[in-house]
Design a protein around this ligand. Sequence first.
Ligand code: PHE
Length: 440
Amino acid sequence: MSERQQFTTRFGAVAAAVGSAVGLGNIWRFPYEAGVQGGSAFILVYILFVCILGIPVITAEFIIGRHSGCNVYGTFRRLKASPLWRSIGFISILSSIMILSFYSVVAGWTLKYLINSITHFGQHHSQAALHEQFGGFIASWQAVLYTLLVLLINYLILNRGVQKGIERMSNIMMPLLFLLLIVFSIHSLTLPGAAQGIEFLFRPDFSAINSNVMLAAMGQAFFSLSIGLGCLITYSSYFSQRERLLPSAVTIAGLDTLVAVLAGVIIFPAVFSFGESPAAGPKLVFEVLPAIFGAMNGGAVWSIFFFALLLLASLTSTISMGEISIAFFAEEMHLKRKSATALVIGICALFGTLCALSFGPLSAITLGGKSIFDLFDFGSSNILLPLGGILISLFAGWVLGRKVVSKELSGVPRFVISLLLICLRFIAPVLIALVFISGL
Ligand code: PHE
């Protein structure tokens, strides 16, 4: 096999991992979840979970990935792990393909709204018209077309490999994304009535914390940080020895949370300023925001910026999902990278089409009241990710243990390593098991 690629710079490695974490989960899902779950209470609990669950599991994935220098399945084969641990590899591949399939559908909606913002520049629609538009679009064959377009873009990037594809694209897109976010936040804060939105986000209201809020926040943390499906195992297998794993894990968790909170800062002042409801759910970004843009000074331009931002963020996430299986097929099944990429994108195109159609022609196909899209979302996020997360924590904590963890985290004080091991061996598996059980 040819020499395995690595990320060329530390910036590139961190940008790629942040790119994976920052996505629709932050800008689309986090604000609507926070809106539905009562704002500040949800955010408080969310941040708590990022610290006690997110950072340890990210670090565990990094340790496993760099230690083995291999794809998710090969990792456990190479470390001579028993079949129980090797199942992590299968869970990873299955869940990454499932997530990429339904995620591409929402990324496709984003692409459509970006194109609409450009072609229908400056046109205003009532809330009712926007509602009808969105409902009509997601139920049509057009939605399939946009899903496939998103997957095609992924193919073109992933085909170029780790350095020329993933790293180069992350190096360009991530700074651009942060720049857009900052400009947006400043603009949103200057809207009349912005204070109400900020209060909704930040005024601590402990009374609103209940078990539902806690579970929603934990599931969101998993999805948003891209943990539990070996995505960060795959990326860190391309890390060099220079990479300092714990600081990188903290940076990724910190930036991911910052982006989610900034998305809230962008969206809620606008929502309150224009008298909309913060609890609109999944359509918050596709129905409520366009209504706001329509009524805003220069809204047509902001609309283009916003959907461009969302599309950028989703692409850096989708390529990380694709890479998990591409690395597997290329290294374990000895396919050429081109063929491995075509195979993975092809499978996702098939499943993605089914997910897209489940809002329209296939909406009658349900299981337990869930559509195909919901089943892919639920099956991966609520079943496979937690299962993967538990196994990954236990594997790093008990099987690799103190020796490997200390070696991979050289320079980190002993007590921090002990703390991390306690988290991985006991706290994380138990907490995750709670989400898992409630998710079922
Ligand atoms: N973390 C991404 C987001 O917030 C989604 C994702 C999940 C990416 C799993 C990779 C793996 O949108």
